[in-house]
Design a protein around this ligand. Sequence first.
Ligand code: G1P
Length: 296
Amino acid sequence: MSIDLAVVPVAGRGTRLLPLTKSQPKEMLAVGKEPVVQYVAEELYRCDIHRLVFVTGPGKTAIENHFDIDGELITHLRETGKEEFLQDLAFERDQLEFFYTRQRRQLGLGHAILCAQPLVDGQNFVVALGDSIIGVNGQSQIVKLMIHEFESSQADAVIAFEEVDREEVVHYGIAKPCNKTDGFFELSDLVEKPPVDEAPSQLAVAARYVFNSKIFDYLEHTEPGKNGEIQLTDAIRTLIADGGKVLGVRLPTNEKRFDIGSFERYFEAFIEFAMADPKYGPQLRKVTEKILESYI
Ligand code: G1P
């Protein structure tokens, strides 16, 4: 059976988005009409993923509540003649199964993935970072392509990348590709958040990965790295050094990654999604033009 399981880490504290994230998870911030993590779940569902394992942490229960089926709310909308809002809850009916486990100590992304190991139970799986949306409204099909390549080339891992500006490499895992980077390409190294002058390329990990269960053996033996955290990138790096087959693919140019980890990116994402909204976008674009005039 093809991969139908994704691990979605949502345990990070979101400190770069304070005070917004003081009492709500960054993954629940609104981008246009939906919270970030709903776009992620819908993207995965469209890529034939039907089981989601969330790795949560303190203050993240709003995520569990969001994906519950809220019978009381549905009845209330029906009884008060507000049926038109029912379609906004349609995502509740997607045939998705949800599993939750908790990262009890903040030891980094690699450790968060390791917390999901008992639930993954030896299967091949996707990792989709819960604070990153791929494509406007999460319309990307990249995960489907990645799964297909992972299975047909019997890779140990496939990772999505996006080209970033030179000074941005310090925020991401950066690829060292060993051949040209059209279509799928092989990696000879991966470096977590390198200084600008040491970056092997400008290809940054774009929040989507496919793995077989070998990654857990590597994560178990990964020492704390950048920022004292157990880094997923470091485990992948050792996997490559041991002869593992790790492939990369660039996001298509019309599928940007929206990384909701800082105010710069969050504001940009909100504006772009709200402007693309078929109902509210046209009016918003008009109003925005007026606002812009007042800045000239
Ligand atoms: C994590 C990964 C990094 C990756 C980034 C975005 O960093 O460690 O390699 O490029 O996500 O996908 P974080 O944003 O958690 O610091």
